[in-house]
Design a protein. Structure first.
Ligand code: NDP
Length: 301
């Protein structure tokens, strides 16, 4: 049977009706020197979704890259995130305005709460309620969360009015977070994969996972079969699952490579074979214990 393919980035419709490009560029750990160039290169290559955060300290350079691209603001989907140190009723709005000022924008497409803060969930909820107001005023086109586990989603949704549009979570072939994906689906929340090709393993203390997903032989075999690279196979796997993915690269050739995934699809059995690589081992921080002191980040205003 012939497979349906498109060479254009696919769009995902969020639960409030707005469209988000499925594949975007992440800029965590992109230095301020690298970020504007990476964003400009990505947009020239066809990317229309850029994922940053106040805590990445590169919102200014993301804004610069967007302006340099020459592409109209309305055609680019910008995500940024509220850092946990700014959680609470009073501090959320100023932190949002500071992100806008650094980006040089007058609205955000998707505004996320960066982590749940289980030890102070009241502050987490207070911030989300402010985000709801920003949504109502059109300052954000969609709002959502990141790193929320099913219990955090349930707790938040029970106390607020707007179901998050997106939950951005650690997700790659070695860590599938099935319970979170299922909860997202139940609530109509789009799952967005961070560290989609497994970049987190390069900076993690996790020693029980011996190789990176990019070096896995199952992925390698599929790469040979499709004449694609391991990164492209993994990104296609995210898209074929219906996830959004935001691979980070500051290398022009990899930025192009990671976007060249719209001319093939994986067969159902191949998707299942990649699913089977799940180790169940998280390489990033544990959302259950995350709080203000986990990373004492100073945001450069
Ligand atoms: P990724 O899985 O995107 O991997 C990035 C790493 O892989 C970089 O070292 C990059 O190197 C390298 N790389 C990129 N493309 C290729 C390729 N085609 N072949 C080989 N290597 C490649 O990991 P990240 O952790 O950066 O996650 C992506 C994005 O997710 C972040 O940038 C951020 O936007 C978001 N994120 C969100 C978090 C959250 O808590 N919400 C947490 C962590 C990330 P190079 O740049 O040198 O090319």
């Amino acid at each position: 049977m012939e497979k349906i393919m498109s060479t254009a980035n696919s769009l995902i419709t969020l639960n409030n009706g707005i469209d988000m490009p499925a594949l975007g560029l992440g800029v965590f750990l992109a230095s301020s020197e690298q970020t504007a160039d990476a964003v400009e290169t990505a947009i020239a290559r066809g990317y229309r979704l850029i994922d940053t955060a106040a805590a990445y300290n590169n919102e200014r350079q993301v804004g610069e890259g967007i302006r340099r691209s020459g592409i109209a603001r309305g055609e680019i989907f910008i995500t940024t995130k509220l850092w946990v140190a700014d959680y609470g009723h009073e501090s959320t709005r100023p932190a949002f305005e500071a992100s806008l000022r650094r980006l040089g924008l007058d609205y955000i497409d998707l505004y996320l709460l960066h982590w749940p803060m289980p030890k102070d969930f009241e502050a987490t909820v207070a911030s989300y309620k402010v985000a709801e107001k920003l949504l109502a005023k059109g300052r954000a086109r969609a709002i959502g969360v990141s790193n929320f586990q099913p219990q955090h989603l349930e707790n938040l949704i029970g106390q607020t009015d707007v179901v998050p549009a997106v939950n951005q979570i650690e997700l790659n072939p070695y860590f599938i977070e099935q319970a979170v994906c299922e909860a997202n689906k139940r609530y109509g929340i789009v799952t967005q994969s961070w560290s989609p090709i497994g970049g987190v393993y390069d900076r993690s203390q996790t020693t029980s996972v011996p190789t990176r997903p990019l070096d896995n032989p199952v992925i390698g075999k599929l790469a040979s079969r499709y004449r694609k690279t391991p990164a492209q196979i993994i990104l296609r796997w995210h898209l074929d699952h219906g996830f959004s993915a935001i691979p980070k690269s500051v290398t022009p050739s990899r930025i192009a490579e990671n976007f060249d995934v719209f001319d093939f699809v994986l067969a159902p059995g191949e998707i299942v074979a990649i699913d089977a690589l799940d180790t169940g081992i998280r390489a990033g921080s544990d959302p259950e214990t995350f709080d203000r002191n986990s990373y004492p980040i100073t945001i450069d205003n």
